[in-house]
Design a protein around this ligand. Structure first.
Ligand code: PLP
Length: 428
């Protein structure tokens, strides 16, 4: 075994690689990155058309982000936000976020990533109702959704029609799942637009059936991410916003993947002019230069939960991560990154339609901004998916050819789908 080569048996035998067979050596070890290109330990270069987990929104090696981190490291490496301590960098970061989130959502919880942000949203949603002496505790989410793998987030996650729950014992109570807005694999067996958005109407039916007095919140991704980069039909979110308002159910937008320009808007809910009650963020918040996350929530919720409560994490408001985030937000704005994602995404989508669309094995080319995908099918008319091995093979061949794409297969998304989520700095 060569200790310098990290793609080896020792790695496979000792380190768990998520969504890779435990005990199997990893496929590739990356050593360097610049712009939209990664380089492995053997010196081979790859065009990163997946931004790893759709998180390196600003590309690799941005010196100004690195400088901001080093400067903050030299000044103050850490203080807590617990027990009334704060630091000016966390405050400045919250102010920056307040300048870009939808109006009225300028209250924040800081975290170290997506799952913690989702857990914070669930906790605050339940406390919001509890402090009003109401037992509204149920959380509704979508099959095909991904919200993270900590216990609450994993229970809300509906990916693989529940594959993530298997074998991990009793789930926390109060979580329900309803069919997603994935029209191509409609769980109602309907076709859009004749369906009259049954998936949204079903949310209302579920709230009514469960009893609106028991439902705290509905959480969903504005566009399904790990579920295959699938956008909803245009009427979905306006209808869902109305339903949540009518039945006093908090609307939580999980913008962990869609946020920070990914769909061609700073936050994806802007695509439909919708203001959620809570918004979950991570990934692009620091362009993955450091682990960081946040949860934004409304004035009403802030007023209701004022006081002391048990919510927080050791690294919440970490000044070094906050410094990276401030720099990233400045770059998103100055370089009009969301606009670039919209422009480049449209170009890629047009090319996919023109060049791949006519192929008998490609269907359902879709997505917003630079959050795109297409399905591999053996029968277009019947929408019969190719075997998962086929999309895995496409991903592996692309990797061998120096291009990183992400394949989704039935474990994570319905059907075999090839996804494209490059850094948003990609140009045409
Ligand atoms: N929510 C969404 C929409 C995600 O895509 C992810 C991660 O991919 C998460 C939550 C969980 O984030 P993390 O892996 O940082 O905990």
């Amino acid at each position: 075994m060569n200790p310098g080569n990290t793609v080896n048996d020792w790695d496979g035998d000792h380190i768990i690689h998520p969504l890779h067979p435990v005990g199997q050596s990893p496929r590739v070890a990356m050593e360097k990155g610049h712009g939209v290109v990664l380089q492995d330990t053997e010196g081979k270069e790859y065009l990163d058309c997946r931004a790893q987990l759709a998180c390196v929104n600003l590309g690799y090696g941005r010196q100004e982000i690195i400088d901001a981190v080093v400067e903050q490291m030299n000044k103050l490496q850490y203080t807590t936000l617990f027990h009334g301590f704060t630091n000016p960098v966390a405050v400045e970061c919250a102010q920056r976020l307040a300048g870009i989130v939808p109006e009225g959502l300028a209250h924040f919880v800081f975290t170290s990533g997506g799952s913690e942000s989702v857990e914070s949203a669930f906790r605050i949603a339940r406390l919001f109702w509890h402090y009003q002496s109401r037992d509204k505790h149920k959380i509704i989410s979508l099959y095909d959704s991904y919200h993270g793998l900590s216990l609450g987030a994993a229970t809300a996650t509906g990916m693989g029609k529940g594959a993530v729950w298997s074998g991990t014992g009793p789930a926390p109570a109060g979580f329900l799942h309803i069919p997603s807005y994935d029209c191509y694999h409609c769980m109602f067996g309907k076709d859009y637009p004749g369906c009259d958005i049954q998936c949204a109407r079903f949310l209302e039916e579920t709230i009514v059936k469960e009893g609106p007095d028991s439902v705290a919140a509905f959480i969903a991704e504005p566009e399904l991410g790990v579920g295959g980069m699938i956008p909803p039909p245009p009427e979905y979110w306006p209808r869902v916003r109305d339903i949540c308002t009518t039945h006093n159910v908090l609307l939580i937008a999980d913008e962990v993947m869609t946020g920070f320009g990914r769909t061609g808007k700073m936050f994806a809910m802007e695509n439909w002019g919708i203001r959620p009650d809570m918004m979950v963020m991570a990934k692009g918040i620091t362009s993955a230069y450091l682990p960081f996350g946040a949860m934004a929530f409304s004035d009403d919720i802030f007023e209701a939960v004022k006081g002391t409560y048990m919510l927080g994490f050791t690294y919440a408001g970490h000044p070094v991560c906050a410094a990276a985030s401030i720099k990233c937000i400045d770059i998103y704005r100055k370089e009009e990154i969301a606009e670039n994602a919209a422009r480049v995404g449209k170009h890629v989508l047009d090319r996919l339609h023109a060049e791949f669309g006519p192929m008998p094995c490609v269907d359902n080319i879709s997505g917003l901004g630079l959050m795109l995908g297409f399905n591999l099918v053996s029968d277009k008319a019947a929408r019969t998916s190719m075997a998962p091995e086929v999309s895995a093979d496409v991903e592996n061949r692309a990797l061998a050819g120096g291009v990183l794409v992400r394949c989704m297969n039935p474990a994570t998304a319905p059907g075999s789908r090839i996804c494209f989520t490059p850094p948003l700095t990609m140009t045409i």
